[in-house]
Design a protein around this ligand. Structure first.
Ligand code: FES
Length: 280
């Protein structure tokens, strides 16, 4: 039935019920009004989190829209962690507690993706999204074509200097190498490690490891950061006191447009740290 037509018929019906003094029908109308009016006021004011607004949306099967927003907000909280590992996270869909996401950047196709998902995303959803069932990761757009040859098998990229008979390897996937143990680094501390000829700064924030190139991007000489200090979650450069978020590497001072730290993807396996300097 058309909306305008329904309004007319409703008005006619209400007039009839009032003339007939049908108390039960009038009580029914009052109850419907008592439920809808405050709920609609909350929705109109944008307070979709309020239980009354939630209940009203749920009556019309609109709750999934709200769930999508709720899940997006939870993912916003863990994005700094994903970004600190050189990746990004996109919410594709929320379907009956199943959260479909796409990991991109260095997380895509990376052996550490499962760890990243489990630690960063699943834990947060399990804690804060009561209908949570599982996370379903999807390949980054174009990743399939990038990683598959014409026959569906792996596509191997040519490395300069190798002939066709020699083994080839993909160039743009992170290669993780050992970088010590998380036990050697207390929460709130940082230390430099040498990995494959590169100096990497490992930082422990609340038990979570993060890694960056050990050089401040504010100086062309690549001045090392390890003489700096951690002020809460802010890494302060020892040379001119620039501040960086020690989880994402982004500027955390009054000059947000200046360069961020170069993030090094990091993984934790059985207490052992591994970093991928080849994609940093
Ligand atoms: S070199 Fe880091 S702030 Fe100047």
């Amino acid at each position: 039935m058309e909306f305008d037509q329904a309004i007319k018929e409703l008005e006619t019906l209400i007039g009839t019920l009032e003339r007939d003094e049908d108390d039960r029908a009038l009580l029914l109308l009052q109850l419907v009004d008592a439920i809808h009016r405050p709920g609609l006021e909350l929705i109109a004011s944008g307070d979709l989190e309020h239980p009354m607004a939630q209940a009203l949306l749920g009556m019309y099967d609109l709750a999934p829209v709200e769930e999508h927003i709720q899940v997006e907000e939870i993912l916003d909280e863990v994005r700094p962690y994903i970004e600190s590992h050189g990746g990004d996270l996109e919410l594709l869909d929320v379907d009956d507690g199943v959260v479909h996401v796409r990991l991109s950047g260095s997380c895509s196709g990376c052996a550490a993706s499962a760890i990243t998902l489990r630690r960063g995303v699943e834990d947060a959803l399990r804690e804060k999204y009561e209908n949570f069932k599982e996370v379903v990761p999807h390949e980054a757009e174009g990743a399939e074509a990038e990683t598959s040859g014409a026959n569906g098998g792996p596509q191997l990229l040519q490395i300069e200097g190798l002939n066709d008979q020699q083994p080839k390897r993909k160039l743009n996937r992170p290669v993780f190498e050992d970088a010590g143990s998380i036990e050697d680094l207390a929460s709130g501390e940082m230390k430099p490690v040498e990995v494959d000829g590169a100096s990497v700064l490992i930082v422990n924030i609340d038990g979570e490891p993060y890694a960056f190139k050990n050089s401040c991007p504010m100086d062309d000489r690549g001045l090392p950061l390890d003489g700096g200090r951690l002020s809460g979650k802010v890494l302060v450069c020892p040379w001119h006191n620039c501040g960086y978020d020690a989880r994402s590497g982004k500027r955390a001072d009054d000059e947000p447009d200046k360069p961020d730290l170069a993030v090094v993807p990091i993984a934790l396996r059985d207490g052992k740290l591994q970093v991928a300097v080849n994609v940093a």
